[in-house]
Design a protein around this ligand. Structure first.
Ligand code: IPE
Ligand code: MG
Length: 227
């Protein structure tokens, strides 16, 4: 979810105003995905690198996250949405860690959509913690399934579609292992402007693609072929 700061700057507002509007956009996209029948939606909210931002912006984002957990959980509950948070929680305030656990527990039985918030998340952190878990488990012969089962999002299938807003064409240390075969979609729209219509455009683009997973076009079943 990129472009909050630029959205605010264009309006001569402080960066944090962009983050507030970013939360509104996230709420709308969650609703849109629920309506579309999307099973897994993962939002990259805060990366392991984002701690390097000015202290007051980091504090604001943490406060926004904490308050969103409080204000949104009933809405998630009403819409049968399960919340999960992935990332390294060690640097979060104890109050935030408690809130996360409470929201996850509260929504644990919901079956409509799994909403994952990646916070203090980094793809390299994830692969390393999985590798360390393998070591701790005494696994010496590592295969893909063994490593994948220790990743933070082992409960979810690999993503079909990756969307990055804000014009940058980078993965920026998101789900580096699981994105190996994802369709990548980059848009100049700033995150606070990303609405249901913008999501539709991303999905249309996804549908026009042919996912070959290394095979040739001719090998694919008719239904998976493009055009
Ligand atoms: C949101 O956008 C990303 C977060 C870490 C919350 P940015 O804050 O990176 O916005 P830009 O890139 O400065 O526009
Ligand atoms: Mg940015």
């Amino acid at each position: 979810m990129d472009g909050n700061g630029r959205w605010a700057k264009k309006r001569l507002l402080p960066r944090v105003a962009g983050h507030k509007r970013g939360l509104d956009a996230a709420r709308n996209i969650v609703t849109a995905c629920r309506k579309l029948g999307v099973e897994y939606l993962t939002l990259f909210a805060f990366s392991t690198e984002n701690w390097r931002r000015p202290q007051d912006e980091v504090s604001f984002l943490m406060e926004l996250f904490l308050r969103a957990l409080e204000s949104e959980v009933e809405r998630l509950q009403d819409n049968n949405i399960r919340l999960r948070v992935v990332g390294n929680r060690e640097r979060f305030a104890p109050s935030l860690v408690e809130r996360i656990a409470a929201a996850e527990t509260r929504t644990a039985a919901n079956t409509g959509l799994v909403l994952t918030i990646a916070a203090d998340y980094g793809g390299r952190w994830d692969v390393l913690q999985a590798a360390n878990a393998l070591v701790a488990d005494g696994v010496t012969q590592i295969d893909e399934a063994a490593l994948a089962s220790r990743l933070a999002m082992s409960y979810a299938p690999e993503p079909d579609l990756f969307i990055r807003t804000g014009g940058e064409q980078r993965i920026s240390n998101f789900l580096i292992w699981q994105l190996a075969y994802a369709e990548l979609y980059f848009t100049d729209e700033l995150w606070p402007d990303f609405d249901a219509g913008a999501l539709d455009r991303a999905i249309v683009s996804y549908r026009e693609r042919e996912r070959r997973f290394g095979q040739t076009s001719e090998q694919l079943p008719e239904a998976r072929r493009r055009g």
